[in-house]
Design a protein around this ligand. Structure first.
Ligand SMILES: [Zn+2]
Length: 227
């Protein structure tokens, strides 16, 4: 697994900016290695889901018995379980385990967190970058956990608007900081592949709380994102 490298940079106003150069939460599915996190309890679910995928293959006019497709139902079932593993993770619990007392009280920003999710309307991918910021009020959280929180909520069927708000709300609830700001920029395959919108359209959503609702803080956040 790749390690997460961070560029630490302190701006003049004291803001801590962290940019993960790469994020280990995503692994290529070119082979089946990424599908081996299935527990014994899941075997029954996997076999039921495989049956459904078999029917899907027939429905699109394929022959599920031909050589290339023999293992496809199980692969699809396992990959769907992987891509939705956020349902079986507790983001609040994960954050609470990495909270520290600290007097730092300027903005903390983790930029360009790779984000992969699936839209709940078509079960097609949408993916892009998440930017997460907060202003501590006596408590800080391990920086990598901010990226992990994005991952937990993204690995569920989502709409981008709700995903953005859920990330804001869990950080606000657990850390009780002076404010949280979240911006997500993503491309939706259900728009790109189906030709509904221009091929390169990017959807941007934001969710703010506390101090980020005030114009100066909001502006500093967006300026740090170079928007
Ligand atoms: Zn969609």
């Amino acid at each position: 697994m790749k390690s997460m490298s961070m560029k630490h940079e302190k701006t003049q106003s004291g803001t801590l900016v962290n940019e993960p150069a790469s994020y280990p939460g995503y692994s290529s599915c070119a082979d089946d290695d990424c599908l081996n996190d299935i527990g014994r309890d899941d075997q029954e679910t996997i076999s039921e889901m495989s049956g459904a995928v078999y029917n899907l293959l027939e429905g699109i006019g394929e022959n599920p018995e031909r050589e290339g497709l023999l293992k496809t139902p199980e692969r699809v079932a396992k990959s769907l379980r992987f891509l939705t593993k956020g349902y079986r993770e507790d983001p609040g619990d994960m954050l609470r385990k990495a909270v520290f007392t600290e007097s730092y009280d300027e903005m903390v920003l983790v930029k360009d967190i790779d984000m992969f999710s699936m839209c709940e309307h078509h079960m097609l991918p949408f993916f892009g970058k998440a930017h997460v910021a907060y202003i501590p009020d006596g408590k800080i959280v391990g920086l990598s956990k901010l990226a992990r929180v994005v991952d937990v909520f993204a690995r569920r069927l989502q709409v981008q608007e709700r995903l953005t708000q859920q990330i804001r709300d869990i950080i606000q609830d657990v850390l009780n900081p002076r404010g949280v700001g979240v911006v997500i920029e993503a491309q939706h395959m259900c728009m790109v592949m189906r030709g509904v919108e221009k091929q390169n359209s990017i959807t941007t959503t934001s969710a703010m709380s506390g101090d980020f609702l005030s114009q100066p803080t909001r502006n500093e956040f967006l300026r740090l994102l170079n928007r």
